[in-house]
Design a protein around this ligand. Structure first.
Ligand code: ATP
Ligand code: MG
Length: 367
């Protein structure tokens, strides 16, 4: 499936635009603040029913306008599919596939697989463990439907257990039987999630390493390490051993809610010792591995959005990256850059088909 035509009305800084797109690579080129990333966001909307950058839907309507429309015409083998997203101020968002409204937006997500790579991905390296658990959870739940159910059940049990610990502390009492109810659930769901995450890291790591090696031309050795307290012993015994501590600070100190994914580069921590270009390469390899996994599972092409990737990447790595995304292994690609020449010249050199658009003050010109 690829996006043949994109039409937008009153979306962010665009009043009206219509783009005839290449099935292969599309470059959105122009100066800062002209609307390159906004076009990627419109394409993101059509896959995920929301903006990647601004979670408040109404703020994506062009200032002073009453509504926005983003419409995509996709070619799916020999069929055409039209995806429509419209929002009027103070009204519910309309999302349609082939003119038919969806009952639930969740039914649409996954139909047009897409992976976006932006400068914001750096948060995956520098932020706390929460964002890395979400990255892992997001991928696993795309192929394992019971995973999300288990995760929700785990979080519910964890919440109840923490409330109970708090109430013991406030009321200065303790009731082991009522705590056991939640412990049993934590152990049951926690072990399932632990096993899924462990298997995921084992399967994902070689794919990730393949992309890192390809982009860096084998410059550095990289590894992912799944860190979990459950690596140290069985969950049930760990809960028992930590009961006094949990009661002391009325919080559950043990469980898969404490898991983390460690990014290693040459045996060291990427966050502390990786250069900015190495960190960028790492993130690209993580996202490309994610795209490969989604493609294998969904058996659909995956659209790749690359926002400002030139930032921090040297010419050699950039050419390698263009070679990978230009090989057609994933699907259609959209790239933004402030320089009008450098990406087109790499693509021409690598003999990769592409189309360029010049973006200026919310308007689009074919180049
Ligand atoms: N709801 C909105 N209405 C009007 N303009 C908006 C709206 N939301 C964002 N913008 C404008 O869109 C412009 C930014 O567009 P975008 O992020 O696509 O730029 P860009 O070309 O990617 O720039 P850069 O090279 O700096 O990344 C800004 O000028 C911003 O004010
Ligand atoms: Mg931008």
């Amino acid at each position: 499936m690829f996006l043949k035509q994109l039409s937008i009305l009153n979306f962010k800084n665009y009043e009206e635009a219509q783009l005839e797109l290449s099935e292969k690579i599309n470059c959105f080129l122009g100066n800062n603040g002209e609307g390159k990333t906004n076009l990627l966001d419109a394409i993101y909307y059509l896959s995920f029913c929301k903006s990647y950058f601004n979670p408040i839907d109404s703020q994506n309507i062009k200032h002073e306008s009453p509504f926005f429309v983003v419409e995509g015409y996709y070619q799916n083998k020999d069929k055409e599919e039209v995806i429509y997203c419209g929002l009027k101020r103070n009204q519910k968002k309309q999302f349609k596939r082939n003119k038919k409204n969806y009952d639930k937006l969740a039914d649409h997500i996954g139909r047009i697989p897409l992976v976006i790579i932006t400068p914001l991905d750096i948060l995956l390296i520098i932020d706390g463990s929460d964002i890395r658990r979400k990255f892992v959870d997001g991928i696993i739940s795309q192929y394992d439907t019971s995973y999300l159910t288990n995760l929700l059940a785990y979080n519910k049990a964890l919440n109840h257990r923490n409330l109970l610990l708090k109430s013991f502390w406030i009321n200065r009492n303790f009731d082991k039987d009522s705590l056991d109810v939640w412990d049993d659930q934590l152990v049951q769901y926690g072990n399932l999630i632990y096993a899924s995450r462990k298997k995921f890291i084992d399967d994902f790591t070689p794919i990730f390493q393949k992309y890192y090696t390809e982009i860096s031309k084998d410059q550095e050795e990289v590894a992912l390490e799944y860190r979990s307290q459950l690596n140290e012993g069985d969950f049930e015994s760990l809960l028992k051993e930590n009961l006094d501590k949990d009661r002391g600070n009325h919080y559950s100190n043990i469980g898969i809610h404490k898991d983390d994914l460690l990014f290693k580069l040459g045996g060291l921590q990427l966050k502390k010792f990786g250069s900015q270009g190495q960190q960028k390469t790492y993130l690209l390899a993580l996202k490309l591995a994610q795209a490969e996994l989604i493609k294998n599972i969904s058996e659909e092409d995956v659209i790749i959005l690359l926002d400002d990737i030139y930032d921090k990447l040297d010419g050699k790595r950039m050419s390698q990256l263009m070679g990978i995304v230009g090989s057609g292994n994933f699907g259609q690609v959209f790239i933004t850059d402030t320089n009008l020449e450098r990406i087109p010249s790499i693509l021409t050199e690598e003999k990769i088909n592409f189309k360029s658009f010049k973006i200026e003050e919310g308007s689009v010109k074919d180049v």
